[in-house]
Design a protein around this ligand. Structure first.
Ligand code: CDP
Ligand code: CDP
Length: 211
């Protein structure tokens, strides 16, 4: 029986983590978990319940009550949920409440692909493959702007760029599980790579990883 293939994908907002992680999961026949959705769900629920997003204990209680297996992805995709997520994600009680679900998912005997901010550093420190996906803030903001335009929504590039920078600063600047590459992560800068080229580069990293 082959050892489980656990692939940890981390990086800043709109780097292309989800797109890459999904393709890797399909290619290697592994289950995939978008861990950002968990934080988005907590941020949204806390907001709906009128919880103070700066109150770590109150946000932690929302996270502990979350049914992580029943998350409505479509309702959580937007920029507002991303912003709410990054605010509650700074609180240790929120992170602690979401840890068991993520670790259990990653313990699948086949392995798994997880993407987020702290997969390689906290959730799966022993992952066989760790990839830190980056791209310049300008490229990431351009991708998000184009994505919205494709859905018929016009949002100013400058505004998206400011949001991207703000989220980067909050995610990298927090004390609890800050966004940073694990010491043994491979960096993949996709600023000048299309999706197909980034996918092939990631496959090469996976296929070269020691078994
Ligand atoms: O999950 P994350 O927020 O990191 O990014 P994503 O939602 O997977 O990708 C953001 C956007 O960048 C999507 O519209 C992708 O089609 C696009 N993109 C990419 O993911 N990878 C590239 N190498 C080029 C573009
Ligand atoms: O798709 P995008 O990269 O824009 O965001 P996401 O992956 O859905 O994550 C939303 C927010 O949740 C991030 O800005 C982080 O603050 C938080 N997050 C986290 O702290 N740890 C994770 N493993 C995943 C997300």
């Amino acid at each position: 029986i082959a050892a489980p293939l656990t692939i940890a994908i981390d990086g800043p907002a709109a780097a292309g983590k989800g797109t890459l992680a999904k393709r890797l999961a399909a290619h290697y026949g592994l289950p995939y978990l978008d861990t950002g959705l968990l934080y988005r769900a907590v941020g949204r629920l806390a907001d709906e319940q009128g919880v103070d997003l700066d109150d770590a204990e109150a946000a932690g209680a929302v996270a502990r009550a979350l049914d992580a297996g029943a998350i409505d992805e479509a309702a959580l995709r937007g920029r507002e949920a991303g912003e709410l997520a990054s605010r509650v994600a700074a609180h240790p009680p929120v992170r602690a409440a979401l840890e068991a679900f993520q670790r259990a998912f990653a313990a699948d005997p086949r392995g798994a692909v997880l993407d987020g901010r702290d997969i390689g550093t906290v959730i799966c420190p022993g992952a066989r493959v760790k990839i830190f996906v980056t791209a310049s803030a300008e490229v990431r903001a351009r991708r998000r702007t184009d994505e919205l335009a494709a859905k018929g929504r016009t949002v100013e590039y400058e505004r998206i760029l400011a949001e991207v920078r703000e989220r980067d600063a909050r995610d990298a600047g927090r004390a609890a599980a800050p966004l940073k590459p694990a010491a043994d992560a491979r960096l993949l800068d996709t600023s000048e790579l299309d999706i197909e080229t980034a996918f092939r580069a990631a496959c090469a990293i996976v296929d070269q990883a020691p078994h």
